[in-house]
Design a protein around this ligand. Structure first.
Ligand code: ADP
Ligand code: MG
Length: 702
């Protein structure tokens, strides 16, 4: 644990610079909130014009305080913040929270940088500027201008929006989702998401980390922090700005866009992505209160067929399709329900089920080793009292002698159900007012387990590569003043990174083309090589299935004519002569250099799947072959690769190896490659490999 960061977030003594006796001022509210929250450390209001504020002796400057100050909370106007930072540094304050706004968020970058620079000189850390403050139930500390601490619990929130944080505090009481710490992150001038995730990961009280993100500053640092965190992380990512795709010239670029890349990064490091604010609360409740789900066997127990069916649908939708319970489980459960009940799964103990029915049913199933997790549903009836049912459920769970399995509950009904819901949540059981949400919450706990199993692999680096060769080719193109490689050059770069390109050479004359064609062996393919013609078939500048010398002459003539028709002053290097690969399933592999996360690899099927359906998926590079296989299985049209309509399955293993090599290439050459694609790659039957038949590399601006 970093002692300085700790001092800022869990200070034993706090100076409030800009403290005020005027109840309208933020400097007053912070002092008042610290007192009201029950803060047990020392409070030093700083204001040259006051003697005392809310019963605490006031000082003219932090430098006049004769005691140690762990953290200073700064509320003075932006133009004074730098001076105050300097004084804090001289006083030996460990870190500062800058509540004041008016910095980079309104374009005042220089002002912010000055403050950061000065803080660094003194070894101080900064949270903010432009924050609400820091709140902690366990620390009895409301060091913010939000008027109350959140409902007590074990989730930890890091929010980039101050206003949303205040609203969420209020909502914790109505939604009954408890938080210990809430951190307002503001402009992330110094401490950023990565630092605060690491802090909460090491914090004793926090069980689940909840993020509201607008923009991450350093994607790689964030990913490392999340990867190293053993606790569940859930994020709501707002904003789908296209800054990553703005300068996109290639196919991949137009399909990327930062929200897709965020999605990819979250997946890779095991962050659950929330759909919206309600979803964020729902899933946080489960992630903060329940253990992860170790297997896929979900058992649903219900007193109503309707909610049972809704829950069953949800189970399939959220990736935990129901299976019938084993016969011995069914036989045992049958004993605790009327004849017309169902012991399969969902287990329907019927509307007549009372306390005993719930108690026995829950106790037996929860303890059974086949069951990995349970969703218990209740529909309000005329003959049962919801609170009593809640008590019976809780007692059954306790008496089952089982721990470590997740359970969620749904109480559907009116006010009496709300009371029962609150009671169960108080006992640590995530309870919802709809059956599908209870199942979604459980599925989240399963998903989180699966992600935690896959996110810790070692960094990938292939051995069969020749980076010097690749850099030489790129340097050669740059020397000619080009910002894109020709297909021939790009294929040589790909080949240097172990990618199976179809053998391709440049012919400068028709005679050279004939010679190369005979060396490579017919049939061959010919394409124009011109820095001015990026999409060659659009220009009619690709000819396939060239069978003999005469065909080569004919192709040369036609391609030249078409190219000059397409662009009269096109600079032409010559013609690419290449082996013709037999046709097979076409896929696209590509890359962009994302502004936040850096080199990012894309995968999808070719043709309409990419053009029309945009059925593609992304990962931040580099990735290993396991991650590549997950990409391949993730696209909607994955079935085509597995062999749909009687086709034999494609070579998934070789494809995974190619994706991994490709990802390493763009990662290794990130200073050189801005965008790239291998479009198409032809994927053959299992064991028969892949052929990369086209290659494009766009260089970074230097
Ligand atoms: P561009 O994408 O610039 O239009 P490509 O090099 O991708 O040009 O060629 C267009 C199409 O021609 C490819 O999608 C592929 O179907 C086919 N093709 C290109 N090169 C080969 C090759 N070496 N072997 C087999 N088919 C090829
Ligand atoms: Mg192509």
């Amino acid at each position: 644990m970093d002692p300085i960061i700790n001092a800022v977030l869990e200070p034993k003594s706090i100076a409030i610079v800009g403290a005020s006796a005027d109840p309208e001022k933020i400097g007053y509210k912070v002092v008042a909130n610290l007192i009201a929250g029950g803060y047990e450390g020392a409070i030093y209001p700083i204001n040259p014009k006051s003697e005392e504020i809310l019963g605490h002796k006031c000082y003219a400057s932090v430098k006049d305080v004769p005691y140690v100050i762990d953290a200073a909370i700064i509320t003075v106007p932006a133009k004074f913040v730098h001076g105050v930072t300097q004084e804090c540094g001289e006083k030996g304050v460990k870190g500062i929270s800058i509540i004041t706004s008016g910095f980079s968020e309104v374009g005042e970058h220089e002002l912010e940088e000055q403050v950061v620079k000065t803080a660094r000189e003194f070894g101080m850390r900064i949270i903010g500027p432009n924050i609400i403050g820091v709140l902690s139930n366990s620390g009895k500390m409301n060091a913010s201008f939000a008027s109350q601490l959140p409902l007590n619990g074990t989730a930890g929130l890091i929010s980039q929006s101050g206003a949303l944080l205040i609203a969420m505090i209020a909502a914790t009481y109505t939604r009954r989702v408890g938080f210990d710490k809430m951190l307002s992150i503001g402009n992330q001038s110094d401490l950023d998401f990565a630092d605060l995730v690491t802090y909460l990961a090491e914090d004793d009280v926090t069980s689940c980390i909840t993020l509201y993100i607008e923009g991450i500053k350093d994607g790689a640092r964030f990913m490392e922090a999340a990867r190293n965190c053993d606790k569940p992380i859930i994020a709501l990512k707002a904003g789908t700005s296209e800054h990553g795709a703005a300068a996109a010239a290639s196919h991949t670029g137009s399909l990327a866009g930062s929200s897709k890349v965020y999605e990819a990064a979250f997946k890779q490091v095991g962050v659950t992505q929330a759909d919206d604010l309600n979803d964020l609360f729902d899933r946080t409740l489960a992630l903060s209160l329940q253990p992860r789900m170790q297997g896929d066997n979900l058992l649903i127990l219900t007193n109503g067929g309707g909610v049972g069916v809704l829950a069953t649908d949800a189970a399939e939708k959220y990736g935990l399709p129901l299976k019938f319970a084993p016969p011995e489980v069914q036989a045992e459960l049958k004993k605790h329900m009327p004849d017309f009940g169902s012991a399969k799964n969902p287990v329907d103990i019927t509307g007549g089920a009372g306390l005993k029915g719930y108690y026995e049913g829950v106790k037996y199933s929860y303890a059974h080793p086949w069951v990995d997790g349970m969703a218990i549903l209740y529909c309000e009836t005329a003959v049962t009292n919801p609170l009593e049912i809640a008590e019976a459920i809780y007692k059954a769970l306790q008496d089952s002698g089982t721990t470590g399995k997740p359970v969620t509950v749904s109480f559907v009904g009116g006010e009496r159900c709300d009371t029962a819901t609150a009671w169960l949540i108080e006992k640590g059981i995530p309870t919802y007012n709809a059956p599908d949400i209870a199942v979604k919450a459980l599925a989240t706990l399963r998903q989180d387990q699966l992600m935690s199993e896959t996110t810790h692999s070692a960094p990938y680096k292939p051995t069969d590569i020749n980076p010097e060769k690749a850099r030489e080719i790129i340097a050669g193109a740059r020397a000619k003043g080009r910002d894109a490689l020709t297909e021939v050059e790009a294929k040589h770069v790909f080949a240097a990174y172990g990618l199976p390109v179809t053998p391709t050479e440049l012919a400068k004359t028709e005679e050279e083309a004939i010679k190369l064609a005979n060396e490579i062996g017919f049939p061959i393919v010919m394409k124009i090589v011109s820095p001015d013609i990026l999409h060659k078939s659009d220009a009619g500048a690709v000819k396939v299935n060239i069978k003999n010398d005469d065909d080569v002459r004919e192709a040369w003539k036609v391609i030249m004519e078409n190219s000059l028709k397409y662009k009269a002053d096109a600079e032409i290097d010559g013609m690419a002569v290449q082996e013709m690969a037999p046709w097979s399933t076409e896929v696209i592999v590509g890359s962009v250099n994302d502004a936040t996360f850096g080199p990012t690899v894309m995968f999808g099927l070719g043709g309409i799947f990419v053009e029309v359906l945009k059925d593609v998926t992304f990962r931040v590079a580099p990735i290993d072959e396991d991650e590549a296989l997950r990409m391949q299985n993730e696209i909607k049209s994955a079935q085509i690769l597995h062999g749909a309509r009687g086709e034999s399955p494609r070579d998934m293993a070789k494809l995974a190896s190619i994706l991994a090599h490709y990802s390493y290439m763009i990662y290794d050459l990130k200073d050189e490659i801005a965008e790239s694609d291998a479009n198409p790659c032809l994927v053959y039957e299992e064991g028969k490999g892949v052929a990369v038949v086209d290659a494009r590399i766009i260089l970074t601006k230097k």
